[in-house]
Every structure is written in C-alpha cells, then in structure tokens.
Design a protein around this ligand. Structure first.
Ligand SMILES: Cc1cc2nc3c(=O)[nH]c(=O)nc-3n(C[C@H](O)[C@H](O)[C@H](O)COP(=O)(O)OP(=O)(O)OC[C@H]3O[C@@H](n4cnc5c(N)ncnc54)[C@H](O)[C@@H]3O)c2cc1C
Length: 488
C-alpha cells in the first residue's frame, strides 16, 4: 500500500489521503453491526482526481468503495474488502441553479440539507428529503435511488435525474442525459446507475430536475384505537384525490412511549397517522385539510391536530423521528441498529396486519420494536431497539430478521423498497429476486466492472460474501486490540 499511497498523494495532494488508524476505524463502521476498515481514505476534489484514482486502483486490483455521508443503514458504503474509501465530501459544489431550465447542476458531495436550503432561496425544491438529510449527500441519494419523505407524491429519486456524469472503473467518462427535461435513447442507464450503490461507476456530477416550492404547508395528525381504521382512512385519502406529500403511520408502542417520555399528552392508541399537505394558496390548502379531516373523523380518528408552526409539526412527527432518543431514556444503553428487515414493502391491503405481525415477531425475541410505515406506498420500517452489548439480543435480531422476511414473502411483499440491498441483505438476495435476475445482475456488473473493483461484496453480486451467523459487533471492538488500543 506504500506505493499506492505515494501515487495517490501525487494525484490529490497530501491533505487528501488519510491512513491513520483512527480515521480508518471511523470509516470501518456505519449504522449496521459490521466493522471493516479500509486501508486508506482518499478525498477527490474533481472528476479528474476520480479518474486517476480509479486508474491506480484498477491496475492493482484494489477495491474502491465510494462514500457520501455514510448514512446508508444497510452497510452499502462499508469497505468490506478493505482497499480505498473514496470520500466524495470535498466535491461539494452547487455549480448552477437555473430557474428557466428548472434544473440544478451539482457535485455529488453536496449535502441534501445544504442543497435544499439554497434551492428554497430561489423558490425551488428538489423534493427528495430523506430522514438523514443532514448527513446524506446527493451522490449517496442518487446511488441509492432513495425514497424521500415525499415519495408518496414525488416517487423515488432516479426519474428526477436529467443528466449524470459517471466515471467508470477504467477512468472513462460516461455522460448520460442532458439539460433537456426528457430523453428516451435505448436502455435507461441513468436509472441503472442510480440505485447501483457505486458498484457500476462513480457519479461525479448530476443535473437534477426541480419544481417550485409550494408556499402553503401544513401537517395533519390523528390517533386511532385500531390500525385497520387508520389504514382505511389513509386509503380513503388517496382515493379522494388529495395529493398529500406524505401519508405515515407509527405503531401504538412507539406513540405511547414517546408521549410518556416527552410528556406530549397523546391519547393511548394502536397507532397514529401523520400527513403533510401543500398548496399554492391558503384556500387550496384549507380545502385539502378539510377533506382529510373529514375522512379521518369518518374513520374514528381521535384528537385531530393540524400543525401550521414548526413546534406543533415537530410534535406530530415526534413518534416517527424521536423514538431512538426516547428509548435511550427508558432503557439506557439501548439503540437502533440497521438490519436486513428495515424496509420491506407489502401490498397496501396488508399494511395493518403487517405492522402488527412484524412488531409481534420482533418482541417475541425479547427485543423492543418501533414500527413505522409509509401508508401510501406500502413501505414498513421496523426499528429494532436493544442493548448491543447483549449477545442474546443479537441472536434475537437475527432470528426476527429472517422471520419477518419470510412473512413478507408469504404475503407477496418484497424485502426492500427503500434502502436497497446494500451489504446486510446479501444472504437474502437470491431468495428475494430469483436466480435468473441475480444472474443478469451479475452479468451487468461484469460488463461495467470485470475485475470487481467498485464497491465489491454488495447486493448479493458476490457468492458466499457473508455467512448467516450472528456477527457480534463488539467482538471486533474487543478483539482487535492492535487497531483499537484496547485489551480484551
Ligand atoms: C436516520 C436515517 C434516516 C433515513 N431516511 C431515509 C429515507 O427517508 N429515505 C431513504 O431512501 N433512505 C433513508 N435513509 C438511508 C440513507 O440515508 C439514504 O440511502 C441516503 O441516500 C444515503 O446517502 P449518503 O450520502 O449517506 O450515502 P452513503 O451511505 O455514503 O452511500 C450510499 C451508497 O452510495 C454509494 N455512493 C455514495 N456516493 C457515491 C457516488 N458519488 N457515486 C457512486 N456511488 C456513490 C456508496 O458507495 C454506498 O453504496 C436513512 C438513513 C438514516 C440513518
């Protein structure tokens, strides 16, 4: 690696290559249990840097794992075979915001929150706000084909990419799309690259479609004694034609815990509903709110709250966003860890049942569960909350994970619709997608990256990448004394 280090320094400069143990450890982890340090971390500042880095790596068969904010939740940006971490955070310029063409041209390392803040100043928005918006980068969001909070209304992110510059593993530059709003020219490689989590190429620039930011916004919430009523209400809102940005639900355990810990005075319930609504005028917004309120009442929604200020909005969203902090207060030492059953998708008619069953499966293994869902698009987010130092809890998580995914299959659902396959779902991929699809995926990978340099070990593309046994994260922590400087 000494030679590689010197070559990389010659390309990007001394300040842009890092090899200290403490830094390698920082890049060895994400929100999953796994631990795999890279050999070195490189910060490209331009497309040309990326080209030269890839040429150096591919000549020597060194794995390269791109990383944006590292918030993937599924081990996507972990360097599971070591090698180089390509940290894109210094390619973070917003190159253009163009109101006439309704586009922005950005480098991949721009954080979503920063980007959206700048767009709002121009009355524009890129409506793909992810829960990790303060960490997540545009490169990471595109490479994961993320589903933002407003995916119910705006869909996933890939159709919003008008143009993309991608550096392939041999250093060649693939330009897709343009500044024009649409193109239809053969296979949709832009959609293929978006969602390929850095396994096919490195996104070095993107031209993104924008829309006007609606001036009038509100959040409406209600509490239900019965999840079936809640889901029927959500479906009735969809059928009314009111174009909500989000339709969300959180289970009773979570709502009741948050209410108690934060003293919010919510009624005890089996679940709460939250919807975001926008309008181009106050009248339009009121019309939508009245329609939704009536539907919620007709379906036995209680304590309907309409939030027009930041504090009330935060209160309504608290069960969805604050559960990690609340749980730590009730159960010190507990935390949420990314696992393979974090984002399955089920048929809309099965949502109430699935929320109950999934919560029950997790709790039956002696760990806590907070279950959220995007009611309008079928995605369920079970969060496992437990003590990561307790080996029994880990075994519970692994068993629950498998049971949940089997259950999801049994009701004709899919194992992931938001975070993607990443690393944690490797062992479930073949069962989920089928042998032929996996074979085709592997062929596509081989065409783009024949030597498997780019983000290897992900999406089930490599065989036998991960065994099914419990991997106890703190075994690494405790045993690798040399790296951590601690004794077992
Ligand atoms: C609290 C929390 C809330 C979340 N909420 C949501 C949500 O609402 N919706 C959702 O979809 N996801 C959500 N996620 C998952 C995650 O935040 C998103 O997938 C996000 O897009 C990751 O962005 P990132 O910059 O952190 O990417 P990283 O985690 O750094 O990378 C993600 C993948 O993209 C690759 N990559 C990064 N940059 C590039 C590049 N320039 N070129 C090619 N490949 C690249 C990486 O190698 C990796 O495989 C959430 C995660 C957390 C922790």
């Amino acid at each position: 690696m000494k030679e590689v280090h010197e070559l990389l320094v010659a390309v990007v400069g001394e300040n842009n290559v890092v090899t200290a143990k403490v830094d390698r450890v920082a890049y060895a982890r994400d929100l999953t249990p796994y631990f795999s340090p890279p050999d070195l971390i490189v910060f490209p500042e331009s497309r040309d840097h990326v080209i030269e880095i890839l040429k150096i790596a591919s000549k020597r068969d060194i794995p390269v794992t791109p990383r944006g904010g590292g918030a993937s939740f599924q081990g996507s940006s972990l360097p599971v075979r070591g090698g180089i971490i390509l940290d894109m955070s210094r390619m973070n310029k917003i190159l253009e915001i163009n109101k006439d063409d309704m586009i922005a041209v950005v480098q991949p390392g721009v954080r979503y929150e920063t980007f959206e803040h700048e767009l709002n100043k121009h009355g524009l928005t890129f409506p793909h706000d992810v829960g990790s918006h303060d960490a997540a980068t545009i490169g990471g969001i595109l490479a994961s084909d993320s589903n933002g909070h407003h995916a119910y209304k705006h869909g996933r992110v890939s159709p919003w990419v008008q143009g993309m510059e991608v550096v392939l593993v041999d250093g060649s530059i693939l330009n897709l799309g343009s500044r024009a709003p649409r193109y239809n020219m053969g296979y949709n490689l832009s959609a293929l690259i978006a969602g390929s989590i850095g396994t096919l190429g490195i996104i070095t620039q993107a031209t993104l479609r924008l829309i006007p930011k609606m001036e009038y916004e509100a959040t409406i919430g209600a509490f239900f004694q019965n999840l079936d009523d809640l889901m029927k209400a959500s479906h009735a809102i969809t059928m009314s034609g009111v174009d909500c940005g989000t339709l969300e639900a959180t289970d009773g355990y979570t709502v009741n815990t948050i209410s108690e810990v934060m003293n919010l005075g919510f009624p005890k319930c089996e679940g709460n509903f939250v919807g975001d609504v926008q309008g181009f005028s106050e009248e339009e917004l009121q019309l939508k709110l009245n329609t939704i309120k009536k539907i919620l009442e007709e379906h036995n929604g209680e304590k309907i709250i309409i939030a027009r200020d930041e504090e009330t909005t935060r209160t309504l969203w608290a069960p969805r966003l604050e559960i990690d902090i609340a749980i730590m207060k009730v159960h010190p030492g507990y935390r949420e860890i990314g696992f393979a059953a974090a984002d399955p998708c089920v048929p809309l008619s099965k949502m109430a049942e699935a929320m109950r069953v999934i919560g029950r499966i997790i709790r039956s293994h002696g760990i806590l569960a907070a279950v959220f869902c995007h009611t309008g698009i079928g995605i369920i987010h079970p969060a496992v909350l437990f003590d990561p130092l307790n080996r029994e809890h880990w075994i519970g998580v692994k068993n629950a994970e498998k049971e949940i995914l089997d259950y999801v299959h049994s009701i004709d659902g899919v194992i992931t619709a938001e975070h993607g396959l990443g690393y944690v779902k490797n062992i479930y991929v073949e069962q989920a997608v089928g042998g032929l699809k996996l074979k085709l995926d592997r062929e596509i990978k081989r065409i783009f990256d024949p030597e498997n340099i780019l983000n290897p070990g992900k999406m089930g593309l490599d065989t036998n990448e991960r065994d099914a046994d419990v991997q106890f994260m703190y075994d690494e922590y405790i045993s690798d004394g040399e790296l951590w400087g601690v004794k077992k």
